[in-house]
Each structure stands twice: as structure tokens, then as C-alpha cells.
Design a binder for this molecule. Structure first.
Ligand SMILES: Nc1ncnc2c1ncn2[C@@H]1O[C@H](COP(=O)(O)OP(=O)(O)O)[C@@H](O)[C@H]1O
Ligand SMILES: Nc1ccn([C@@H]2O[C@H](COP(=O)(O)OP(=O)(O)O)[C@@H](O)[C@H]2O)c(=O)n1
Ligand SMILES: [Mg+2]
Length: 213
């Protein structure tokens, strides 16, 4: 049975160690891959089939800008430059969204994007990901997809795309390597069609289908 939000807040914020989620079993899957590799697209499919809640760090940051938050200008500037927003801001948004969802299974998309994100999330939430889904895609393909995404994003222009590719290689690949060394990475060839990629995704998630909502 799902507990009320109020109950979860109590449990999550007031456990004996002051740790978030310490006594609630969360299943967290980190969904990583370069910009345009298809993380958001595939997460939408996974939600439909396997009952996870999809939390995109980028979407949460963009919503924070729209809400007129005091951090909005800083976040907007960082996104325009393809830089990674300080973990403190992103983790707070992720925690809020996890609590509000009432679910216990999460796809965390586009996070952790650097070592600071990874270590801070682990420190604050004490949550270890079940596994990391890594969408592997060539820069040529990702560039084409981003240039035709047409969602009016300030960062889907060639200049920012190049910066995001550099940040992905320099900061995000090391996070994937970290989890690879722990045997936690499921790598998917994301250069194929949406349906073909989802076939491979489904095979990885099938152990979770029994728990699907
Ligand atoms: N397998 C695919 N083949 C072709 N286009 C794709 C594929 N997956 C996603 N797209 C398109 O590419 C763009 C980027 O996909 P998206 O899911 O937003 O990626 P990400 O979240 O990794 O940046 C979107 O316009 C999407 O419709
Ligand atoms: N963990 C994260 C995720 C995104 N972001 C910011 O948000 C931007 C867009 O992230 P996104 O995940 O929506 O982008 P895509 O990979 O989906 O294209 C990134 O380039 C960063 O500027 C961040 O700072 N920290
Ligand atoms: Mg995305």
C-alpha cells in the first residue's frame, strides 16, 4: 500500500540518522547518455510499461526557471553554456519530485552528470542506483537529433551542443566509468530507431515487469 505524502515526508526527513529515504526501499535507475541520445524518449516508454516515475534533471531545472525561483537566472545561464548546475540545486529538485510522486521506482534521467552530482546524491540520499542505463550514440547522430528536436530549447544550437558534448566526455563519461567498475552499467546501442532501442531496453527491464503498476 502507498503511504500518504505526509507520512513519507515524516519517514524520510526524521529517521534516526537524519537520512533521506533511509527506511524506505527505493528502486533508482540512472539513465545516462550524451545529449540527444534518446534518454527522454525511452524513459517515456519505460514509464508506460514498467510503472516507474520519470524524473528528468533537465526538465526539473527548466521548470525551476519558469517558476521564477531566485536561482532561475543562474540555472538559465548555465544551461545556455551547457554547464552543470551545482548539485545542491538539482538534488533538492529531485528529492522534492521523488517525495511528491508517491512512487518508489524512479528513472533519474540526465543525472548524475559529473562526479560532484554523483557523490552529493549518494551522500544526501544514501541511495545506490539499482543499475545505470547508458545510451551509447555517436556525436554525429546526436547532433542531428538535437538540431531537429524543435522544443525551443536555448541549448539546442550548434555552439552550445559542442560545449555539451565536451562536458559529456570530460565530466559525465567518468561517472559512467565509475559505475562500470561496479558492474552496474547496462549499455544500449542508441543509434538505432526508437522502436529498436526500446526492444533492447525492454529486455533489461523485464525483471521489473512483475512489479509494474
Ligand atoms: N532512436 C531515435 N532515432 C531517431 N530520433 C530519436 C531517437 N530517439 C529520440 N529521437 C529524437 O531525438 C531528439 C532527442 O531525443 P531525447 O529523447 O530528447 O534525447 P535526450 O533526452 O537524451 O537528449 C528528439 O527530437 C527525439 O524525438
Ligand atoms: N544533472 C544535470 C542535468 C542537466 N543539467 C543542465 O541542463 C541541461 C540540459 O539537460 P537535459 O538532460 O535536459 O539535456 P538532454 O541530455 O536531455 O539533451 C544540461 O546541459 C545542463 O546545463 C545540469 O546542470 N545538471
Ligand atoms: Mg532529455
Amino acid at each position: 500500500m502507498m503511504r500518504s505524502l505526509e507520512n513519507q515526508l515524516t519517514t524520510m526527513f526524521y529517521d534516526v540518522n537524519g537520512n533521506f529515504a533511509a527506511d524506505k526501499k527505493f528502486v533508482v535507475v540512472f539513465v545516462l547518455g550524451g545529449p540527444g541520445s534518446g534518454k527522454g524518449t525511452q524513459c517515456a516508454n519505460i514509464v508506460q510499461h514498467f510503472g516507474f516515475t520519470h524524473l528528468s534533471a533537465g526538465d526539473l531545472l527548466r521548470a525551476e526557471i519558469k517558476s521564477g525561483s531566485e536561482n532561475g537566472t543562474m540555472i538559465q545561464n548555465m544551461i545556455k553554456e551547457g554547464k552543470i548546475v551545482p548539485s545542491e540545486v538539482t538534488i533538492k529538485l529531485l528529492q522534492q519530485a521523488m517525495l511528491e510522486s508517491g512512487n518508489d521506482k524512479f528513472l533519474i534521467d540526465g543525472f548524475p552528470r559529473n562526479e560532484e552530482n554523483r557523490a552529493a546524491f549518494e551522500h544526501v540520499t544514501k541511495i545506490e542506483p539499482e543499475f545505470v542505463l547508458f545510451f551509447d550514440c555517436s556525436e554525429e547522430e546526436m547532433e542531428q537529433r538535437l538540431l531537429s528536436r524543435n522544443q525551443g530549447r536555448v541549448d539546442d544550437n550548434i555552439e552550445t551542443i559542442r560545449k555539451r558534448f565536451r562536458v559529456f566526455v570530460e565530466s559525465s563519461i567518468p561517472v559512467i566509468e565509475y559505475y562500470k567498475a561496479k558492474g552496474k552499467v547496462s549499455k544500449i546501442d542508441a543509434g538505432k530507431s526508437v522502436d529498436e532501442v526500446f526492444e533492447d531496453v525492454k529486455a533489461i527491464f523485464s525483471p521489473y515487469s512483475a512489479q509494474a503498476a
